[in-house]
Write a protein that binds this ligand. Structure first.
Ligand SMILES: *Cc1c(COP(=O)(O)O)cnc(C)c1O
Length: 353
């Protein structure tokens, strides 16, 4: 009965692009994967994935990890010493969503830059540098997020990324790109992931977001960097065994779910344009660049807040998560169709009526 229920009561889940479930074809690829001992480099499927991602990102070496957060943590712990500063935008995932990992795992301080929609400029980076004086903590790493999640899925322009990386390198700092949704940026602009990542010493992509795999991320960089990051991976308990089972899902995703990311962007635009015209919703659809749609409620006018809006929508079969009293975030992904977007808009109109 439970199995049929999930079919009948199918929810349109716009809470996040992590809500995708592995398809039957992806599960088949997983079931048929050749496997071995990952941490002995004996898993042929993991090895194939790492080679594939190294070519995709234009880097010498790659390691496979259980999560994107672990990729960020490995990079920070590899590039930094305790007491160093890590420079990032104020809303960066590493600063707000990784449970204080940079402090706990690497002993670093986060120095947040007030950017614009999750991005900062080289001038803002320059302004963040403290005096080179022994009283002041000194940065060793600059992190960017492409696309910027809390920036509303905004895409860093290539020249802005390169200007930031150039300045960082002139100053002797390392550069790291959180590329959880890097392939979304490429889908939106046509600029390759390799070009976006070229000036970054480390970069990773996530398979469990819009690519639709159940688990996994790949961290890339120089051979020397990856060898050192492997030590941190071991330390964090991220060394695996027959991980080909999950690497097969990632390979399947690279084969079948990259080109279709543009569909998610079209759907996000459709959702944004539909929401923007509704009374009580505050949204400029022109700010939606990829698969993330942040919008605000005119709470005074509506008489209910974002949490209540979300509850009412959920009762109507649509999940969109509240961010604060008046803000919500909707994310499109491969389990959401254009027809689902129209159904979600219809449900939203009922909730607002
Ligand atoms: C989801 C996300 C992460 C963490 O990835 P997990 O695979 O969930 O650990 C890091 N950065 C950004 C921008 C993300 O959206």
């Amino acid at each position: 009965m439970a199995a049929t229920n999930t079919k009948v009561l199918r929810m349109i889940d716009l809470a996040s692009d992590v809500k995708t479930r592995p398809s039957a074809a992806m599960r088949l690829a997983m079931a048929n994967a050749e496997v071995g001992d990952e941490q002995a480099f004996e898993d042929p499927t993991v090895n194939a994935l790492c080679e594939r991602v190294a070519a995709l990102l234009g880097k010498e070496a790659v390691l496979f990890a259980p999560s994107g957060a672990m990729c960020n943590q490995m990079a920070i712990a590899t590039w930094c010493r305790p007491g160093d500063e890590v420079l990032c935008e104020r809303t960066a995932h590493i600063a707000v969503y990784e449970a204080g990992g940079p402090a706990a795992n690497a002993g670093v301080m986060m120095h947040a830059i007030d950017g614009e929609r999750g991005r900062f400029t080289a001038a803002q980076l320059q302004a963040s540098f403290r005096a080179k004086w022994r009283h002041c903590p000194q940065p060793s790493l600059v992190c960017v997020e492409q696309t910027a999640n809390l920036g509303g899925g905004s895409v860093w322009p290539l020249d802005q990324l390169n200007a930031v990386a150039t300045l960082a390198h002139e100053r002797g700092l390392r550069t790291h790109m959180d590329g959880a949704r890097l392939l979304n940026a490429s889908a939106a602009t046509g600029i390759s992931a390799r070009d976006y990542a070229a000036q970054f010493d480390s970069v990773w992509i996530d398979f469990s977001k819009g690519l639709g795999a159940p688990i996994g991320a790949c961290l890339a960089g120089s051979r020397e960097f990856i060898d050192r990051a492997w030590v941190v991976k071991q330390r964090l308990g991220g060394a695996m065994r027959q991980a080909g089972i999950i690497a097969a899902a990632a390979l399947y995703a690279l084969d079948h779910h990259v080109e279709r990311l543009v569909d998610d962007h079209v759907n996000a635009q459709r959702l944004a344009e539909g929401l923007a015209v509704l009374p009580g919703i505050i949204l400029d659809a022109a700010t939606v660049e990829t698969n993330i749609v942040f919008f605000h409620l005119d709470v005074e006018r509506l008489g209910f807040d974002a949490a209540e809006f979300s509850r009412r929508l959920m009762a109507d079969g649509v999940r969109i998560g509240p961010f604060d009293d008046r803000t919500l975030r909707a994310v499109t992904h491969l389990d959401v169709s254009a027809a689902d977007i129209d159904a979600a808009l219809a449900a939203t109109r009922r909730v607002l009526a």
